[in-house]
Design a protein around this ligand. Structure first.
Ligand code: OSB
Ligand code: MG
Length: 381
């Protein structure tokens, strides 16, 4: 590698891309207001230049319940549009990928899978951790957990006890109509002080505001995405009626969305997901806007395997990510991980950043091969 490459000043030109769908069973099913997930279908992306390699993970779900994107639509968009559009182009650096992809509308999770892989590649070429390349300011991040809807209050309480004993710094539970006041009341009765929040994944309407107002009594850190997945107007109305801060997840797809929601008073906190916003370039813009405007943000999760989890860890080091995210240990999700070592959480409820280049974890190819359902290679001659 010459000095120009070492400085990362050479044009990054992608010579090969591999898409790989893997199937991973979850340790426990995960239930949200839009349904249960037992098994993940995950697309891993490998990008190669003459002397570099980088890895990304697509966060699209199996069903279009959280987002309109699915594993299958992402495979199609990547194969037929996104990869052909990027192959052989001189990118300059990873920062250029998002704008190069702007002629392709929407499909942010598909785009982020490759955009994040190019950022990993650039950091590896430079020999530095990805968290440093993006300007992260933390070497350790605080962790929270997201606990799915349970069959009974007793199983919920058992999970809360277990996660707090493991050191996690805040508890989020999923809620839906009929599973909101009681679960939160019972958690608060046993843990009056624990940082607690609830995520509705759009399960309520503005007509439910009297019910949602009853949640104010539980002193929640925030309520996440109570109303429609594409709304910021009704959320502004609801926020005026609630003492509890609203956090938006699904509704925020870009820094412009973040600005509009904050200016309208639709939320006081934002959950950032790399996939939902199309990758690091947009996440960095959201971080800058929120840092300038005093809006706390945190990293959301999409039941990622190790590759996506490692990217979430890197993003969580940015300055405005001051709240614990849904970034937790691999073993909560998967018995066998895609990275080595698996992601672990300290007894203090933090993840320490790896000082290795790029995402900081090695891929476990033996494990990945066993989980592979299909592979498609794109190689320039
Ligand atoms: O809304 O934050 C969400 C999982 C899948 C889809 C949407 C969401 C979630 C989670 C789990 O809450 C977060 C995680 O632990 O990965
Ligand atoms: Mg959410």
């Amino acid at each position: 590698m010459g000095p120009a490459e070492k400085q990362g000043r050479e044009m990054i030109s992608i010579r090969a891309v591999q898409l790989r769908e893997i199937h991973l069973p979850l340790v426990h099913y995960f239930e949200t207001s839009f349904g249960r997930t037992y098994d993940r279908r995950i697309i891993l992306v490998t990008v190669r230049t003459q002397d570099g390699v980088g890895y990304g993970e697509c966060t699209a779900g199996e069903q279009p319940g959280y987002s309109s994107e699915t594993t299958e639509t992402a495979w199609h968009m990547l194969s037929d549009f996104i990869v052909p559009h990027l192959l052989g182009k001189d990118l300059g650096d990873a920062r250029a990928v998002a704008s190069l992809l702007s002629p392709i509308r929407g499909n942010r999770m598909a785009k982020a899978a490759i955009e994040t892989a190019v950022w990993d590649l650039e950091a590896r070429l430079l020999g530095i951790p990805l968290s440093k390349l993006i300007g992260g300011v933390r070497s350790e991040i605080p962790c929270g957990v997201s606990i799915g809807i349970q069959d009974s209050i007793e199983t919920l309480l058992a999970k809360v006890r277990q996660e707090l004993a493991a050191g996690y710094r805040r508890i989020k539970i999923k809620i839906k109509p009929g599973w909101e006041v009681e679960p939160l009341r019972c958690i608060r009765a046993e843990f009056p002080e624990v940082p607690l929040m609830a995520d509705a994944n759009s399960a309520f309407g503005l007509a439910d505001s009297p019910l949602l107002r009853r949640l104010d009594q539980f002193n929640l850190m925030m309520i996440e995405q109570p109303l429609a997945y594409d709304d910021i107007v009704d959320h502004a109305v609801l926020q005026r009626e609630l003492a509890t801060p609203i956090c938006l997840d699904e509704s925020i797809r870009s820094a412009e969305d973040a600005r509009k929601a904050v200016e309208m008073g639709s939320c006081r906190i934002i959950n950032v997901k790399l996939g939902r916003v199309g990758g690091y370039s947009e996440a960095l813009k959201i971080n800058d806007y929120c840092a300038r405007n005093g809006i706390p943000i945190w990293c959301g999760g999409m039941l990622e395997s190790g590759v996506g989890r490692a990217h979430n860890i890197a993003m969580s080091t940015l300055s405005a990510f001051t709240l614990p995210g849904d970034v937790s240990a691999s073993k909560r999700y998967y018995a066998e991980e895609t990275v080595r070592p698996p992601v672990t959480v300290t007894p203090e409820g933090t993840i320490r950043l790896s000082d290795k280049p790029g995402i900081g974890y090695d891929l476990d190819w033996e494990r990945i091969e066993r989980a592979t359902a299909r592979v498609r290679d794109f190689i320039l001659p």
